[in-house]
Design a protein around this ligand. Structure first.
Ligand code: SAH
Length: 239
């Protein structure tokens, strides 16, 4: 936790927040914070800054916060992801949030097992918690939006074309002939398939909607690896 993300319900006054639970435990036990110490904080969808510890009990910490800086810029990326296996999903969510992805569409695909959609990680609370962990890692505050689309065809035919407007649209697909572009640094929509890959039918539908198939070389990457590899190829985070 490189920053404690504060939510509206944490604030007891305009510049005071009280934290319990995970963030409190981390501040007390991992950081070993004492009264008078300062630590990085941010307000969800707002600015970042410092919080001064003004009270510390066995169960909560009170901070006086000064939020006067902007969080890092978001990536201009819409990520369209075939719903991953639950174990990977949690990590992929956190990583996507850390990388600055703000728009995530979870879609069905032939090789997505039906049971994947039953995972508790898709509940509103669990989505928020994992996205929060990703934001705290990156010292960011802008909460990503997650959209769930359990039917592939209506999504691709009815929603995707509008979603792709004004963006470079790509589908990462091993074995295709075009290498993935580098240093795009402009609004992009990127589709990433499931563990078994998109079927030829699905790739055809994505191409019909306006996506270009691109590859990352002969090595097949896990989705959790493909996401950061694609993001760092498409966007220069250190500009
Ligand atoms: N088993 C599938 C690969 C699935 S990898 C096959 O052999 O085709 C999961 C997803 O990660 C893919 O659908 C793709 O979106 C992305 N990916 C992984 N490695 C890739 C590569 N070398 N080139 C392009 N996309 C890749």
């Amino acid at each position: 936790m490189n920053l404690a993300l504060l939510f509206d319900e944490d604030f007891v006054a305009q510049d005071r927040a009280v934290l319990q639970g995970r963030r409190f435990e981390h501040i007390k036990s991992v950081l070993g914070t004492s009264i008078g110490d300062h630590l990085p904080v941010g307000r969800v969808n707002g600015q970042i800054g410092l919080g001064e510890v003004v009270a510390l009990t066995d169960s909560e910490v009170e901070l006086v916060v000064l939020l006067d800086q902007q969080p890092p810029p978001p990536l201009p990326l819409t990520l369209i992801l075939a719903m991953p296996r639950p174990k990977m999903f949690r990590r992929i969510l956190q990583t996507s949030s850390t990388l600055g992805i703000k728009d995530i569409w979870l879609v069905n695909s032939y090789k997505v097992e039906k049971s994947f959609w039953q995972t508790p990680w898709l509940s509103d609370d669990n989505l928020r918690e994992n996205l929060t962990l990703g934001l705290e890692q990156a010292k960011d505050t802008a909460m990503p939006n997650v959209h769930i689309r359990k039917l592939f065809k209506p999504f691709v035919e009815d929603e995707l074309p509008a979603l792709l407007k004004g963006k470079q649209a790509l589908v990462a697909h091993p074995g295709t002939s075009t290498p993935c572009p580098t240093h795009l640094n402009r609004p992009t929509a990127l589709c990433i398939g499931p563990e078994g890959g998109f079927t030829p039918y699905e790739v055809g539908k994505l191409e019909e909607a306006g996506c270009q198939s691109v590859h990352l070389g002969p090595r097949i990457l896990r989705v959790e690896t493909a996401v950061p590899v694609l993001v760092s190829r498409l966007f220069d985070a250190c500009l």
